[in-house]
Design a binder for this molecule. Structure first.
Ligand SMILES: [Zn+2]
Ligand SMILES: [Zn+2]
Length: 143
């Protein structure tokens, strides 16, 4: 296990208050192709592009694939050098639906649909600079 993986594990086990993982408002901007935006009950706002969400798919297959390739959540696949470069449009969902009260699921245009993105998972992987900084700081010491 690398230090980075240990840090990610530590981050995963840090408990979050309920209001931090309860969405107040969820916007899925499919038509605009923009991504997912969530306003949380604690006043925080998160936004993810669809491409990032696709690369952060939490299904077992994608988690395995990322582990094997040493990619972190949301990190895209390295472009392979020995293939002719082909234009690959950024990932977009065909549709999105709520899963109970705890998660959201996407049906991607590439046919993939196994990943269930829990609110907690999304909040823990918030991409805003504030959260990334906190993640860095908490990885640096407190355990
Ligand atoms: Zn997946
Ligand atoms: Zn954030």
């Amino acid at each position: 296990m690398t230090r980075e993986q240990q840090e990610q594990e530590a981050e995963v086990h840090r408990p979050l208050p309920r209001i931090a993982i309860t969405p107040h408002k969820v916007r899925v901007l499919i038509t605009e192709g923009k991504g997912l935006e969530i306003d949380w009950e604690d006043g925080h706002r998160s936004a993810w592009s669809f491409a990032l969400l696709r690369d952060a798919c939490p299904c077992a297959t994608c988690v395995d694939e990322r582990k094997k390739e040493g990619r972190s959540i949301g990190e895209s696949k390295p472009k392979s050098a020995d293939l002719l470069p082909m234009y690959k449009p950024p990932a977009r969902p065909a549709s999105a639906q709520a899963v109970g009260r705890y998660a959201i699921q996407f049906v991607w245009l590439d046919g993939h649909s196994g990943g269930i993105y829990s609110w907690e998972y999304l909040r823990r992987n918030c991409q805003c600079s504030e959260c990334k900084l906190v993640a860095l700081e908490s990885a640096g010491g407190i355990q």
